[in-house]
Design a protein around this ligand. Structure first.
Ligand code: SF4
Length: 160
């Protein structure tokens, strides 16, 4: 188990939610659910974050913000779409300014359904994201070892 799996840092971004999923996400951090006891820490800095949690749908205004945040996060990283709005656009899907779910802009690793998503489901999503982070980390290590040993084969594609 790598250091990432032991203490992943999360960053929460509210796209354009009704705040229902935000409250449930924040509930995970309160003493009732207290995910910090598992080493999960909430950060406001994308450069420190391993997991991006997005609530609400993507629209024309927040698309670039979301991309900017994601691009600042170091690899390996995972994205969790929390709530039906973040998955498909939900009840806002037909709005003139809404593009849809988070996967219209970013590669989403975990989908947590619900309206609003329950804290237990969000914690479950974070645990699954930790497994994905660990897998991506292992793949990155293999890839860098391969490049060191056989640099002329660096065009070899790895999927992670
Ligand atoms: S999924 Fe439901 S609770 Fe969550 S942001 Fe959308 S409308 Fe609000």
């Amino acid at each position: 188990m790598s250091f990432i799996a032991k203490s992943p840092w999360i960053l929460h971004y509210d796209g354009s939610s009704c705040n229902g999923c935000d409250i449930e996400t924040l509930a995970c951090l309160t003493p009732v659910y207290d995910i910090e006891r598992f080493g999960v820490i909430n950060t406001g800095n994308p450069k420190h974050a391993d997991i991006l949690i997005v609530t609400g749908s993507v629209n024309h205004q927040n698309r670039d913000v979301l991309l900017n945040i994601y691009n600042q996060m170091p690899d390996p990283k995972a994205v969790i779409a929390v709530g039906i709005c973040a998955i498909t656009g939900g009840i806002f899907a037909e709005c003139y300014n809404v593009l849809g779910g988070v996967d219209k802009v970013l590669p989403v690793d975990i989908y947590v359904p619900g309206c609003a998503a329950r804290p237990e489901a969000i914690i479950d999503g974070i645990v699954k994201a930790i497994g994905i982070l660990e897998m991506k980390h292992q793949n990155m290590r293999i890839k860098s070892k391969w490049r060191l040993r056989w640099p002329w084969k660096s065009e070899l594609k790895f999927s992670y």
